[in-house]
Ligand binder design. Structure first.
Ligand SMILES: [Mn+2]
Length: 246
């Protein structure tokens, strides 16, 4: 994998492209242009799309500008990797073969310059999330995907838009975030004990880097409030904010 590697998650490109969403997209595209300048790899760590479902012969047209941008990046020799999240697990051939260089449907590890990095979207990771882990198994199953495919796209996308909007919590309360920090740090320490140097998680929209005893944990931010990304320069892992005055 080419360095530097940029890790971005929870962009949640919307199904409704209004003026506010266009501004948010342009901000993302400016970061992608910056990545083209530096070269390297762009790793989307899940929930790139607020909802994505691909049919054998159809792809959602609302993301057309993103597809074009991604293809342009590839033409400039940027590697594109995508770990599917809980909002965009249902990717098909188009995303896997045409848009991205590599798509992952589960947690993964990569090794660059002898540094071992564990990468997860992070959904269903928390110890108390039993109900969600069951739901995750169901909605990712072949039978559920097949049934969903039989719905007319206009109906299924209206339904999905409603569900992803009503279920979006862009900011969690402080008590919840405190529990998340503790739990993710404990998970990371275990990974580090097993030889990993870094752990990267999306999903929790924190945008925070934890310098722990045996490694570093990056819990990526989102693209709503103080957009940020993590960067691995081949040696170290950092979190940077994008177009904020910090
Ligand atoms: Mn998520």
């Amino acid at each position: 994998m080419k360095t530097p590697v940029y890790f971005i998650s929870d962009i949640h490109l919307k199904l409704e492209l209004d003026s506010k969403e266009r501004i948010r997209q342009q901000k993302l595209f400016r970061l992608l242009d910056y990545i083209i300048e530096t070269g390297g790899t762009c790793f989307f760590v899940g929930d790139l799309f607020d909802f994505y479902f691909e049919y054998p012969d159809l792809v959602p047209k609302v993301f057309n500008d993103f597809y074009a941008k991604a293809l342009f990046m590839k033409s400039k020799n940027i590697e594109l990797h995508f770990l599917a999240g809980n909002h965009d697990y249902w990717v098909g051939d188009f995303i896997k073969n045409d848009i991205m260089d590599k798509v992952y449907l589960d947690d993964l590890e990569i090794t660059i310059n002898n540094k071992r990095i564990f990468i997860t979207h992070g959904d269903g990771l928390l110890s108390w999330d039993h109900g969600y882990r069951l739901l995750k198994k169901i909605i990712r199953s072949k039978i559920f995907t097949r049934l969903f495919q039989w719905l007319h796209p206009t109906i299924s996308f209206k339904l999905a838009n409603f569900i992803s909007r009503s279920g979006s919590h862009n900011t969690h309360n402080e008590d919840f975030n405190k529990d998340v920090r503790n739990e993710l740090q404990a998970k990371a320490e275990k990974k580090f004990e097993n030889g990993f140097d870094f752990m990267i998680s999306g999903h929790y929209h924190l945008g925070e880097l934890f310098d722990l005893k045996n490694g570093k944990l990056a819990v990526l931010g989102d693209w709503f409030f103080r957009p940020s990304y993590a960067i691995f320069d081949g040696d170290d892992l950092k979190i940077r904010h994008w177009e904020t005055n910090e």
